[in-house]
Design a binder for this molecule. Structure first.
Ligand code: HEC
Length: 143
């Protein structure tokens, strides 16, 4: 319970007992890809529109940074936070199960870019493919 609540808040996890941090790191990939997780996540901090701007559209959008030549670990972590928040949102249109699967895949691909001190080029390539703007908009973005 406490573990789930702390995820997404680096500082909170940092002050939590080390053993919890170790568990979270080890189990991370497995449970971020579980669609069930979106349901017991707390209310999202950003709307989908806000996330689209911060992650994708604005000049300093995080996906552009993470996929660019000057990607930093911090950018990758900040983008992961936004994608977790995206997964916690309800799609304004389309099938919830598809949304859960799609956003869980994005969270998992994004999480992979945060491993290690440097942003891994292969993980970035996978993330780019996974974040399929058009496919998701066709299914989930209201006209
Ligand atoms: C997992 C699904 C998903 C993916 C992937 C996705 N989007 Fe979106 N996007 C949405 C949804 C849903 C909306 C509509 C939100 C609403 O109207 O509340 C949206 C809206 C937008 C908007 C309009 C925001 C506004 O202010 O109305 C922009 C711009 C946008 N997306 C850009 C992108 C770009 C660029 C990419 C790819 C790099 C992308 N999106 C990938 C789901 C997605």
């Amino acid at each position: 319970m406490g573990r789930t609540k702390n995820v997404g808040h680096g500082w909170a996890r940092a002050i939590a007992v080390p053993v919890a941090a170790v568990c979270a790191a080890g189990a991370g990939v497995a449970w971020v890809s579980s669609p069930a997780r979106a349901a017991d996540e707390k209310a999202p901090k950003h709307t989908i529109k806000e996330i689209m701007h911060k992650a994708h559209k604005d000049d300093d959008a995080l996906l552009k940074k993470v996929t660019g030549p000057k990607a930093t670990h911090d950018d990758a972590v900040a983008l992961l936070e936004l994608y977790k928040d995206l997964a916690a949102n309800k799609p304004p249109k389309g099938d919830q199960a598809d949304w859960d699967k799609r956003t869980a895949d994005i969270v998992a691909a994004s999480e992979a870019t945060t491993k290690g001190d440097k942003v891994d080029a292969k993980a970035v390539a996978t993330l780019k493919k996974t974040v399929d703007c058009k496919a998701c908009h066709t299914l989930h973005k209201p006209a």
